[in-house]
Design a protein around this ligand. Structure first.
Ligand SMILES: [Zn+2]
Length: 414
């Protein structure tokens, strides 16, 4: 048994209501100027005003003075493609010269070049490369994250990716795996994409679900990728096999992905840059979480998703990095937190809720993480400043001083 007492902390955390926060709730967070956290065996036993917490200390505890620094919940990154090999820096430069994502895709570059690299990588190579991304995420304050497959695009290679993701769970980052065989149509099915959808539905989903290799299934519903009808078919097959559902919806064009997300009451809909008013309204009505990826819009030099409008409409909003070697090479939730404020117009409180508690709801982890409350894991980040606002205020700097996973320090930077 270990008991740890963190004293002299400025605590900022959302409070869990047993469901994602929405509307004006996203602006309400708990803060304590002179706070403390008591941790037993990695879980929070007591948190709040220091004088109150001290009453619970009835035996020897290891004391750590945080010097009045700000403490927030560890970031939860609910949308990444962190399992890959090789970056695509040169393609980024081409894109700067005007080539569009869909043009690069049509030229057989883009995502398919990562598919080639992942297919030819051994399990060990893929493991090492993914571990590096996860470790960088941890250094940047992410203590729980989701990782999607989707660069294998054949049963064997998708399984290889999901086995790598599985092996990285809890070392020490909590990881949730999502199967995304419907990320792109592989070259060998270029002339017959419907046959690839058949393969995903009839072979991949049942096999992966039966092996327990993924918690969710995701699909890239986009022009020239998978249609709304394909997405519906894939997601319904996944639901039948017991998987949770996610959808990359309306990123480039409004195909009706947001409406489909509402129709199927998926666990989360992602991107939504081009989603229609009608689609967003349907999402608000069915309580579907929006996972927004402002670093992707920033990296692609596109307009941000209409986050303010979504919050005002009552759509619960979460934030994620979308970390991938193509459209957004970013492991930093601090960067995402910053862009949500400076780019999308969220308040400090909204950005914190969206990058911790609501993000935990997006991947079904809120029972254990996402807020600093009694009974949850002692996953937290110590910042250089006095409020979470430091991360948007102090630009070009990693304001994360220390990262704790279950009360244990795993990273200290600056
Ligand atoms: Zn994505």
């Amino acid at each position: 048994m270990t008991l740890k007492l963190f004293r002299n902390a400025r605590i900022y955390t959302p409070l869990d209501k047993g469901r994602p926060l929405r509307g004006s709730e996203m602006n309400q967070i708990y803060s304590e100027e002179k706070g403390a956290i008591l941790i037993r065996d990695g879980y929070i036993e007591s948190i709040g005003q220091e004088l109150e917490v001290l009453k619970y200390v009835t035996e020897d505890a290891l004391e750590i003075d945080l010097g009045g620094r700000c403490v927030i919940p560890g970031f939860v990154d609910p949308h990444t493609h962190a399992c890959f090999v090789g970056t695509r820096e040169r393609e980024f430069i081409l894109r700067l010269q005007g080539a569009s994502y869909l043009e690069i895709l049509k030229m057989g570059g883009g995502i398919l070049s990562t598919v080639d690299k992942v297919r030819s990588a051994s399990y060990d190579e893929l493991y090492t490369s993914t571990e590096e991304v996860v470790n960088r995420a941890l250094k940047n304050g992410t203590t729980s994250m989701e990782i999607k497959s989707g660069y294998g695009l054949s049963l064997d290679h998708e399984v290889k990716m999901l086995e790598v993701i599985d092996a990285l769970k809890g070392k020490p980052v909590d990881i949730i795996a999502t199967f995304m065989g419907a990320h792109a149509v592989p070259r060998e099915y270029k002339e017959n994409p419907k046959a690839y959808v058949d393969l995903v539905v009839e072979e991949m989903i049942p096999h992966i679900a039966a092996k327990g290799l993924a918690k969710y299934c995701d699909v890239f519903c986009e022009e020239s990728v998978f249609s709304v009808d394909d997405a519906r078919r894939i997601l319904l097959a996944a639901r039948k096999c017991g998987l949770g559902l996610k959808i990359h919806a309306d990123e480039v064009y409004d195909l009706g992905g947001a409406k489909l997300a509402a129709e199927l009451k998926v666990d989360s809909a992602e991107h939504l840059l081009a989603a229609s008013e009608e689609g967003l309204k349907a999402m608000a009505e069915s309580g579907v979480l929006a996972v927004l990826l402002p670093a992707t819009a920033f990296s692609l030099r596109k307009s941000y998703a209409p986050a303010r409008k979504m919050i005002e409409m009552g759509v619960p909003v979460a934030l994620a990095t979308d970390c991938n070697p193509g459209s957004c090479y970013c492991e930093s939730m601090e960067m995402v937190f910053r862009l949500a404020i400076l780019g999308m117009g969220l308040s400090m409180e909204e950005s914190l809720v969206a990058s911790t508690l609501n993000a935990a709801y997006a991947i079904g982890m809120a029972t254990h993480v996402g807020s600093l409350e009694r009974g949850k894991k002692a996953d937290f980040v110590v910042l250089e400043g006095e409020t979470p606002g430091i991360m948007a205020y102090h630009l070009g700097w990693r304001n994360i001083k220390e990262v704790y996973k279950m009360g244990q320090r795993f990273s200290s930077e600056v």
